[in-house]
Design a protein around this ligand. Structure first.
Ligand code: ADP
Ligand code: GLC
Length: 481
């Protein structure tokens, strides 16, 4: 089967969050299963140079823009990366969505609207003789691909994966018109959304099937509490909405081989290994060199979603419980400021590094004792899986993929040897306090080692998800015939 993924991020080339990790790992897992896979990304500034030398596979023009399709590289037999080059849209400083000043580009709707239309055209015409049977579009940036394809009689099957319902890609009527989108799409049954046009909604209403990245989030987004205004539309498509849990790249995130760690360890050597990493992390971040103190880690985009305000509201805990906190994150200026203030108020106890740092992310996973995720909602979440693999006990709010991947340290689960972490219910100071107090109690008692060992024994590889997608793709192709 020929599968074309269309997305705005792919690790290691361009990443702002978990979407990139998924695109960096799933296509290769699919290729290992014998599928022929291509990933189509925008050619952001510098990307083509980093990937070169490149072959031009196709050229096309639309909306007054010229696009070149560049074949970048085959990462694994059967899996390749292609870039859609259009300097007017993508040759800019900053990350995929923001300029160098951290502000979102005002024309993101235009940029990704044109990208999606060009991608749809390539999906129909083929890529250098390679014809996709199925297009797998990810998030709002690619959500118009299935919408464009739905207008065609002979076309590849389409699947839209929702990695995060909070980002919907909304444009106003003028932008809608500038993009030349069909008038019939400005209807509540297609993409109209409270007086604007939502790319994500248009994709939801027109893709052959929908998926999201955990079974629990698939259920949650069909409720008013988590549906971000789209729950009705999602309920309508409920029989075609599937929750497929993400995996993690178990080669990249393996404490036994991780080149970014100070010391490598496995299940057998974890106590000694983690102690060395913890001491190095404390030293690097200027935390007090206290081997016995419970060190809590956070690596996160600093966005409303992640519940970082609850971490700040739990100020008392950081000030008075026998804990340390190490945070790596970037994003919302107010949260960055709040965290920087907390670190200044509690030197030696709280350390904060702002920005994006792959190396430190790995070192926090290895050096921390526990990992805190008080998310308001979490479609899947990857760090709780990385944590378990690194023998770092996750403390998670029981929502979305966090609920699907962490087994709470209840007496029954502890007795059965299944428990891997602490779950809590509220994304506020009370919830965080509850989680930290329980973690401290477990850390002081005999059960901590069991939590670490059970987490490290978990299998979070991509194999089950790759298989679930394969079955779904096949059912869509059968339906199309
Ligand atoms: P989301 O996609 O919502 O941000 P995920 O948990 O799915 O959440 O994925 C986040 C990914 O981004 C993880 O691989 C995490 O390690 C990484 N990450 C987040 N913030 C940073 C940062 N400041 N530096 C390095 N890696 C980060
Ligand atoms: C989104 C979600 C996150 C998920 C990731 C990859 O960014 O916020 O929970 O793990 O996508 O699917």
């Amino acid at each position: 089967m020929n599968i074309l993924h269309v997305a705005s991020e792919c690790f290691p080339w361009v990443k702002t969050g978990g979407l990139a990790d998924v695109l960096g790992a799933l296509p290769e897992a699919q290729a290992r299963n014998g599928e022929s896979v291509r990933v189509l990304l925008p050619a952001y500034r510098g990307l083509a140079q980093r990937l070169g030398p490149l072959q031009v596979l196709a050229e096309l023009e639309l909306r007054g823009l010229r696009f070149r399709l560049l074949a970048a590289r085959v990462t694994e037999p059967g899996s390749g990366l292609c870039l859609l080059d259009c300097p007017a849209l993508f040759d800019r400083p900053g990350d995929p969505y923001h300029g160098a000043d951290g502000r979102a580009h005002a024309d993101n709707g235009w940029r990704f609207g044109c990208f999606a239309e060009a991608a749809a055209r390539l999906a129909l015409e083929g890529i250098g003789g390679w014809q996709p049977d199925l297009v797998h579009a990810h998030d709002w940036q690619a959500a118009l691909v299935p919408a464009w394809l739905a207008l065609q009689e002979r076309r590849p099957a389409t699947l839209l994966t929702i990695h995060n319902l909070a980002y919907q890609g909304c444009v106003d009527a003028a932008e809608f018109r500038a993009l030349g989108l069909p008038e019939s799409w400005w209807r509540v049954e297609v993409g109209e959304f409270w007086g604007s046009f939502s790319f994500l909604k248009a994709g939801i209403s027109s893709a052959d099937a929908l998926s999201t990245v955990s079974p629990q989030y698939a259920r949650e987004i069909q409720t008013a509490e988590f549906g971000q205004g789209l729950d009705g539309c999602l309920r309508q498509r409920g029989d075609q909405l599937f929750g497929i849990l993400n995996g993690i790249d178990t080669a990249l995130w393996d404490p036994a081989t991780d080149p970014l760690l100070v010391a490598r360890y496995d299940r057998r050597t974890r106590l000694a290994g983690k102690a060395v990493n913890k001491a190095a992390l404390q030293a690097e971040l200027g935390l007090a060199p206290e081997p016995e103190r419970l060190l809590v880690g956070i690596v996160s985009r600093l966005a409303e979603q992640k519940g970082i305000d609850a971490v700040l509201a739990a100020h008392d805990c950081w000030a008075s419980l026998p804990l340390q906190l190490a945070v790596l994150g970037g994003g919302d200026a107010r949260l960055e400021q709040g965290l920087a203030d907390l670190a200044r108020q509690l030197p030696g106890r709280v350390a904060v590094r702002l920005g994006y740092d792959e190396r430190l992310a790995h070192r926090i996973e290895a050096g921390a004792d526990a990992f805190l995720m008080p998310s308001r909602f979490e479609p899947c979440g990857l760090n709780q899986m990385y944590s378990q693999r690194y023998g770092t006990v996750p403390l998670v709010r029981a929502v979305g993929g966090l609920a699907d991947t962490v087994t709470d340290a209840s007496p029954a689960a502890l007795a059965a040897g299944d428990a891997t972490g602490v779950r809590f219910n509220h994304s506020d100071a009370g919830g965080v306090r509850y989680a930290l107090e329980r973690a401290l109690e477990l850390y002081a008692g005999p059960d901590w080692a069991g939590l670490q060992a059970a987490g490290m024994a978990r299998d979070f590889s991509w194999a089950p998800a790759a298989q679930a997608y394969q079955q779904l793709y096949r059912s869509l192709l059968r339906r199309g015939r």
